[in-house]
Design a protein around this ligand. Structure first.
Ligand code: SF4
Length: 227
């Protein structure tokens, strides 16, 4: 088991430092050309891989050109155009409803506040944070997806379980200038090394400061279960 830094703030700073060196080009992997495409890609990415979403949006974004196109298409037709995506029926409904609201209440523009974004259909705080950060250059919080959730717990940065509570704690300890990058670094490390099922602790740049490190620790702090 690695030995974490004395305080959670120091631990967070050390994690950011090391992961930045490891993944200097870390950034969002969804493809989009404007704010609406970003919003739609993030809605589609819930419980679906970014690769799958990027594959599907290649044709979707050629076929649909603005909020009017999504608002006016019959929902089942839109769902068919998304049918390789997890929960495509529900997501088609969210996208259509969101675009109707964007047209009716926001002059056809994707809104730029947390409250207005989370009032859109199918948009929670995580999705809104991504759209604010990458669509509007507004960093109000930390995006907590499944990788951030797992790594933060494994690394002893939080004991919380709900994404909203994890975000609150992370905002206390991750330097504000890194709120956006912290997510991408965790995602890259979660994909490359600290995978959900079988993390590669032997080859991990955080092993000596990670209290879950498999060599010694009996417990995966992400789940609380034995390795
Ligand atoms: S790969 Fe292992 S040592 Fe590295 S952060 Fe994940 S659990 Fe910790």
């Amino acid at each position: 088991m690695g030995t974490p830094r004395e305080t959670r703030r120091e631990q967070a700073e050390e994690v950011v430092d090391r992961l930045e060196t490891e993944y200097p080009d870390s950034t969002i992997s969804l493809r989009y050309a404007n704010r609406l495409e970003l919003l739609i890609a993030v809605i589609l990415s819930a419980q679906c891989t970014d690769e799958r979403v990027n594959e599907e949006t290649k044709h979707l974004f050629e076929q649909y050109d603005g909020p009017e196109d999504y608002a006016n298409v019959p929902e089942d037709e839109l769902a068919e155009d998304l049918n390789s995506i997890t929960y495509y029926n529900s997501k088609a409904g969210y996208i259509k409803n969101s675009c109707e609201t964007i047209l009716e209440e926001h002059d056809g523009e994707v809104p730029d506040t947390m409250d207005e974004l989370t009032a859109l259909s199918g948009v929670g705080r995580k999705t809104a944070n991504v759209v604010l950060q990458h669509g509007h250059d507004v960093v109000e919080g930390i995006v907590v997806d499944t990788h951030v959730q797992r790594l933060s717990r494994r690394l002893g940065l939080t004991e919380e379980e709900r994404p909203e509570s994890i975000e609150e704690e992370l905002m206390e300890i991750v330097p504000e200038g890194y709120w956006q990058q912290f997510t991408h670094l965790c995602i890259d490390h979660g994909r490359a090394t600290c995978m959900a099922r079988n993390p590669d602790c032997h080859d991990c740049v955080l092993a000596d400061i990670c209290p879950s490190e498999k060599g010694d620790s009996e417990i995966d702090l992400a789940s609380g279960d034995p390795w």
